[in-house]
Structures are given as structure tokens and as C-alpha cells.
Design a binder for this molecule. Structure first.
Ligand code: OOG
Ligand code: MG
Length: 256
């Protein structure tokens, strides 16, 4: 696919995100390859960076069975994070800019050094400065939150916002930490970090491999979101959203 067409699709997605308006799926009609889809994603992110946003890291997507089943796409994908997507722990979150937002429980990594293109699990762990419980706000730009693999890749893996809880040194085993996602005091999703590829560290290894292959190796200071450990929950105004994670504490926000 030529760059002109890729730019047009990137603009369509970027506008949909800017104005909170859903658009029809296009991957199938456009005959988008995986490579085209990632090119659309990169071009849409370039538009955001041109507007003054700064790159903060990588998000992994569809790294758990629960997530794959929920959206009907069964491949691990990745997307790019910017500072405009960061929301403060405990702060109000206005849903006005979203189309049909959902929230999901994740684990976040903070990197203290760059990662090689194909790290071992030990090398990946060595590069981790800190880990934190985190909430991701996803918001597909596609109508009815329905998409194919190519669509969701182009759409930056539905990335919309992220909230990071307290950082901890990665001294403890975080491969199987229990977690509860509650909305208004009611437990809505219960799971474990083990839901993320059996161990979220595998997600970090995949992030290193996939972003290095795209020519953007993981950098010191970047955040890597490991992917939802459970299915996502729809968000509505007036909710209190809380993630409690074994050993790592809590992260929360209130929707308006
Ligand atoms: C795709 C994004 C997946 C995750 O953590 O699995 C994702 C979607 O569910 O819309 O962020
Ligand atoms: Mg996610």
C-alpha cells in the first residue's frame, strides 16, 4: 500500500480519536497487510508527536486468553504510548473525549536500560527499574468496538489512556499476583498476572522483540504495559474504578 493511502487511513483514525467519533472498519476493504496496519499506526502516532506529544513507551495487547476471547482476535499485538495518554492515579477522568471506553487491569514495567532485540527472560528482568499495578483505558475507534486484526493494529491497539499505581522495585516474584478490578465497590473481574502469557515478563520480552523489529528498540525510561490480565469492563460517568493487586497495592480513578 502506498504512503498516501496509509496517511489517509492514519488521518481517519487520528480524527476519530481527536473528536471521539467512531468510524467503520477498513482493514478488509482496503486489503491491509499486517505491515500496512503497523504503518498506519506509526503514521497516526507521528501526527500526535507533531502536535507536541512525547513518546512514553509501548503497550502490549491481547496477551491473555480472556482478552483474545473478548474481542475475537487471537494474536499478540503492540502499540505506542504518549504522554497525552497518561492519567494520574486517584484523579478524576472525564469520559467526554472517548467513544465507548473500557478499562482493564494490567501490570506496568518501567525500564532502566534499553532492551536488546531478542532478550532472554533474565535480560528483560535486568532492564526493569520498577513494576506497578496499572489500569488501561482502551477505546476502539471502530463502530461497536468491533474490528479485525488489521483494524486494531492500525488503531494503535485501541490505546487511549493509562493510569499507573505505586512503583515497586522488581525484587519480588510478580508472575502470579492475584488481582481484583472493582467498579463502585463491586468486584467485576478477578484474575492474576499469570493470565498475561503465563508470566507478564514474557510480554516484556515480546515488546522488546516486536518494537526492535519495527526499528524502535525499547528505551531506558519507557513504560511497557503488559496487556490486560482479564476481560475489559465498560466505563460510564460517575464510577469509581479500583484495581487491587496482591503485594503491589492499588490504583484507581473516578469517571466524570
Ligand atoms: C485491543 C487492545 C488490547 C490488551 O491489553 O489486551 C489490549 C482491544 O481490546 O480493544 O489493550
Ligand atoms: Mg490493554
Amino acid at each position: 500500500m502506498n504512503q498516501e493511502r496509509i496517511s489517509l487511513l492514519a488521518q481517519r483514525l487520528d480524527d476519530a480519536a481527536l473528536y471521539g467519533r467512531a468510524i467503520p472498519q477498513f482493514a478488509e476493504a482496503e486489503g491491509l497487510s499486517m505491515q500496512d496496519a503497523y504503518a498506519v499506526q506509526a503514521t497516526a502516532i507521528a501526527r500526535r508527536l507533531q502536535r507536541g506529544e512525547h513518546r512514553t513507551g509501548v503497550k502490549m495487547g491481547l496477551t491473555s486468553r480472556a482478552k483474545m476471547v473478548q474481542v475475537g482476535v487471537h494474536d499478540v499485538i503492540w502499540g505506542r504510548l504518549t504522554d497525552a495518554m497518561a492519567e494520574a492515579d486517584g484523579a478524576p477522568l472525564s469520559l467526554g473525549r472517548f467513544v465507548h471506553p473500557r478499562v482493564e487491569p494490567e501490570l506496568a514495567f518501567l525500564l532502566r536500560q534499553p532492551l536488546p532485540a531478542k532478550p532472554s527472560m533474565a535480560e528483560a528482568l535486568e532492564a526493569v527499574a520498577a513494576i506497578a499495578p496499572a489500569l488501561e483505558i482502551i477505546d476502539s475507534r471502530f463502530e461497536n468496538f468491533k474490528f479485525s486484526l488489521g483494524d486494531v493494529i492500525a488503531d494503535n491497539a485501541s490505546s487511549s489512556g493509562y493510569v499507573i499505581g505505586p512503583w515497586h522495585a522488581p525484587g519480588q516474584d510478580f508472575s502470579n499476583l492475584g488481582l481484583v478490578l472493582s467498579i463502585d465497590g463491586v468486584a467485576r473481574q478477578v484474575g492474576s498476572t499469570a493470565g498475561i502469557l503465563g508470566n507478564p515478563l514474557r510480554s516484556l520480552v515480546s515488546a522488546a522483540v516486536m518494537s526492535a523489529a519495527a526499528g524502535e528498540p525499547l528505551q531506558a525510561g519507557w513504560i511497557v504495559m503488559a496487556g490486560g490480565a482479564t476481560a475489559a469492563e465498560p466505563l460510564n460517568p460517575g464510577q469509581h474504578v479500583l484495581l487491587e493487586m496482591q503485594c503491589l497495592g492499588r490504583v484507581e480513578f473516578n469517571t466524570t
